[in-house]
Design a binder for this molecule. Structure first.
Ligand code: FES
Length: 270
């Protein structure tokens, strides 16, 4: 892992400004956050500054800090923490970030770095002679299942061999990086296992025997008495089983009244 320091003074530009399109975008982005939380826009603004100039300059860090009313040191902390931010000038056609964390290391990342040393520059974060390519070692990029891998701009290239990485670097150097498909560089779908299925290889048909019994008569629902399980035990008049519903029908109302009289006579005689 490289120490992340800002580029030397002699390569730092004196100032930074977003172009007109990015200024409009930045103002809109800052407004997405609630009042008092505008500092949350620090990562998108730094990333846009990098996309505009190719790397994050000290002047860009200071400009973003002023736009978000933050201390310079806070924005510097963010820019130096995330390896997604390039804080030194990098290759204009590609900056190769080789993952060197354990799964990638065990699967050959050292050989990938040898390719970069040989094809680009012996040392990380130095451009090749024409300034078009650079490389560095980074920590896990979250594609360990397809190790080893490299990240170029925002795309991951996985399941690499030294030979395949050479081809990819050549494609970017020739300005044809968009012809290389990101993701696994072998015959693997996303992160599925390599090769054919080794388990669940037999097709299991669903059991449809119940559906085949459609000619048999359905069980007589009327023979199953309604459950009283959830009915409260109460002797309030409204719950008298002799009451008929709907109570608004004249006949049912008369029967209900008769039942109510009977109940009250019975209670008086007790
Ligand atoms: S260890 Fe290399 S991507 Fe996770």
């Amino acid at each position: 892992m490289s120490v992340r320091r800002l580029a030397e003074d002699q390569v730092q530009p004196a100032n930074f400004a977003f172009n007109a399109e990015n200024t409009t975008w930045a103002e809109k982005t800052i407004k997405k956050y609630p009042e008092g939380r505008q500092q949350s826009a620090v990562i998108p603004l730094l990333m846009r500054a990098q996309e505009q100039d190719g790397w994050v300059t000290r002047a860009a860090i200071e400009k973003v800090a002023e736009m978000l009313d933050m201390a310079y040191i806070r924005v510097l902390e963010v820019a130096t923490f995330y390896t997604q931010f390039q804080i030194k000038p990098v290759g204009t056609k590609a900056h190769i970030q080789v993952c060197g964390t354990t799964p990638c290391m065990l699967r050959g990342s050292e050989a990938l770095m040898d390719v970069c040393r040989h094809k680009i520059h012996h040392d990380p974060l130095h451009t090749n002679e024409s300034g078009t390519l650079s490389w560095e070692e980074v920590e896990c990029q979250g594609a360990c299942v397809n190790a080893p891998m490299v990240m170029i701009f925002k795309d991951a290239y996985e399941d690499l061999t030294p030979h395949r990485l050479e081809e990819i670097i050549d494609a970017f150097e020739a300005g044809k990086g968009d012809t290389v498909k990101p993701g696994p560089q072998i015959d693997r779908h996303l992160s599925a296992p390599v090769g054919p299925l080794t388990t669940l290889t037999e097709e299991t048909k669903p059991d449809r025997s119940n559906l085949d019994k459609k000619d048999e008569p359905a069980p007589d629902a009327a023979q199953t008495p309604p459950s009283n399980a959830a009915k409260p035990k109460t002797d309030t008049p409204e719950t008298d089983p002799k009451l008929k519903t709907p109570a608004t029908e004249p006949k049912a109302a008369a029967e209900n009244a008769k039942a109510a009289d009977t109940n009250s006579d019975a209670k008086k005689s007790q």
